[in-house]
Write a protein that binds this ligand. Sequence first.
Ligand SMILES: [Zn+2]
Length: 491
Amino acid sequence: MRECFELRDTDAGGRIGELTVPRADVTVETPALLPVINPNLDTIAPRRLADEFGAEILITNSYIIHGTDDVRERALEDGLHELLDFPGAIMTDSGSFQLSEYGDIDVTTEEILEFQHEIGSDIATPVDIPTPPDVPRDRAEGELETTQERLEIAEGVDTGEMLVSAPVQGSTYPDLREAAGRHADGTDLDVFPVGAVVPLMNDYRYDDMVDAVAAAKRGLGADAPVHLFGAGHPMMFALGVAMGCDLFDSAAYALYARDDRYLTVRGTRLLEDLEYLPCSCSVCTSHSPDDLRALPDDEREEELAAHNLHVTFAEIRRIKQAIRAGNLLELVEQRARSHPTMLDGYRALLDHAEQLERSDPVSKGAFFHVSSESARRPEVVRHHRRLERLSVPDSLFLTEGQPARGDEFDDSWRVEPPFGPFPRALSRSYPLTAEVPERTDRAALSAAADGVARLAEVNPDTDLALGHRGWPAGVLERVPESVELIDLTSD
Ligand SMILES: [Zn+2]
C-alpha cells in the first residue's frame, strides 16, 4: 500500500481518498481540485482560494518561476508557501509542456527536481515528454522510453519529504498507456498524472480521453493517486472521477474569465449571451449579467473567475456526495446529456464496465435506470456474471411480474430489465431493487434477454421458459432456441 494515499469510499471507478502531503503537513481529501496559479498574475489570490473556496492544494509552474528573475529569487529565499501566501499543499509542474513547445530541454532531471525542492514544493514533477495524440507509434514508443528513463533517474534523487509525480504517457495507444502505468506504478514515486490529454479535451474527444485513462488505470495499482493533467472544466469532472481520477487542475477558471466565458456544469457560456445567471454563488446572487458586463475589465475578470471557481468546487463536492450516496454514475449520466461528445465519453466509459466493476461496491442505495446507457452499467455486467454461479432446478420458469404458470415448473424466477433473471429471494438486494421506468427501453430489454441467454448457456440441461410481456422479436432473438417463449400479453 502506498503510504501517501488511502481510499475511504468507492463508486464505479470513482473514489474518495486521502492524499497525505508530508512536506506541507497537510492531508488533502480527493477528488481534489488544484487551481493553477501563475505566480506572475494571480486572478484570485491563493490566500483567498484557501479561505473562501476551501482549496487544500494548488499547482504552480516551476518553469515560469525559474524563468522570472525576481520571482525565482524570492521563491528561493522565502519558499513558495510564503511567496504565494498559501497554507495548503503546493504542487509544481516542471513545465514539460512549455519545454516541449518552445524547444529543447537544457536542464537535467536532477536539476529540475532539486530546484522544485529548493523553492519548497510539496509535490514535484520531473520533465517528461507529453506525446500528443495520434502520432506515429514509433514516436510514442521512443518518447515514452525517454519519459521512463527520467522517472528512473527521479527515483534516485534525494527529495526528502517532497512527493514526486510520475507522469503516464503513451499518446493514443492503449497498450503503451497501460505499460506506462505499470512502469510508473513500479517506481517508488508518489502521484500519477495521466499526461497529454489536453489536446483530446480541446477537441471534445472525451471518448478517447476515457480510453487513455482506462488504459493507464489498468497499469496503475488501485492505491495510486491519479491526476488528470490539464482537465479543468467542471462539465467533465464526474466522468473523470468515475474513471478513477483523483486530482484535477484548473487553469480554466482564470483563462475563461479573461475571455468573458462563464463556466457551468453543462458547458461554457459567453457572458454576452447571458440574460440570466443560472447559479447561486455570491457573484451571481449579487450581480445581474448587465452589472457584470458594466464592470471594468479587471474587476469583471475577477468576478467571473470567482464564479468559475465556485461552480468548479461545488461540482467536486457534488461528486464526493454522489460517491458517498452510491449514485456517481447517475451524475455522470446527467452530465453526459450536456453535450453529444460527453455522451460519447460516457458510452466509452461503459465499454470499460468490466474494469469499473472491480471497484464498484456490491451494495449501494438505489439503482436508477434513467437512460438506455444504464443497461450497460457495471452492476448489470456483475449480475450477468453472477448468473453463472447460481444453482438452478431441473425446470425453471423465468417471468416478468407474478409466476402465472409457475406450478408447471420446479421453480419460478423473476426477470427484470436490465438485469434479467434472478431467484425471488434476491428481490430485495442491490441492484435488483432498481427503479426502472414503466416504459422500458429496448436496451434494458436486450440486456435482460442477454441475462436469460447467459443462464441458458451455463445450464444446458435445465428446462427454461421465459414469460415476457410482448418483447419485440429483435430482443427475443437474443434468447437461445432451447428456451421456451411464452408471451404473457396473449394470456
Ligand atoms: Zn455563480
